[in-house]
Design a protein around this ligand. Structure first.
Ligand SMILES: [Fe+2]
Length: 163
């Protein structure tokens, strides 16, 4: 059974890996920015593949993107959840913010599942096992949702950090 969207799909780490060492809002934003930059780079790469369809699919590019996709997504989400989400707003955290963070964690889980499916589709596309229309639909669905998610996080966390 699917979980409600407001409930995280995996256990929330109770504290930061470094024991919650004090980090400035600027440093938190810098870490978030680093995670987002990696995600946006892979989104651009996926968009390039989508734009090449249906006639000029580069099989090697698909294989490389397939190999990078899940590790990049997992790494970025780990930084966001274990370094940024645990510290943002500190003791001033409200119930509304907590709800937002839970929602973002749920989106992360959904995006990780989607990334795995998309990586499989990219591998199979090189073998002619996936229709270009299907691959294009999956690619655009993934990177458009990812960019929306990143824009939301940037706006929300810049406000919280006083940026
Ligand atoms: Fe995120």
């Amino acid at each position: 059974m699917e979980k409600p969207r407001s409930e995280p799909c995996r256990p929330v780490t109770p504290s930061a890996p470094d024991g919650g060492a004090s980090i400035s809002p600027a440093e938190l934003l810098s870490r978030l920015d680093g995670a987002h930059s990696e995600l946006l780079a892979i989104c651009d790469r996926l968009e390039g593949i989508a734009d090449s369809l249906p006639n000029t699919l580069n099989v090697r590019n698909c294989r490389e993107a397939a190999g990078e996709l899940v590790p990049v997504v997992m790494r970025a989400h780990r930084v966001e959840e274990e370094e940024v989400f645990l510290r943002i707003a500190g003791e001033a955290r409200t119930a509304a913010l907590q709800k937002t963070l839970d929602h973002l964690r749920t989106e992360h889980c959904e995006d990780e599942c989607f990334a795995e499916e998309l990586a499989d589709a990219l591998k199979q596309a090189g073998e002619g096992k996936v229709q270009p229309e299907t691959l294009g639909y999956m690619l655009r669905g993934f990177f458009e949702a990812m960019r929306r998610h990143i824009n939301f996080e940037r706006e929300r966390f810049l406000t919280l950090a006083g940026g």
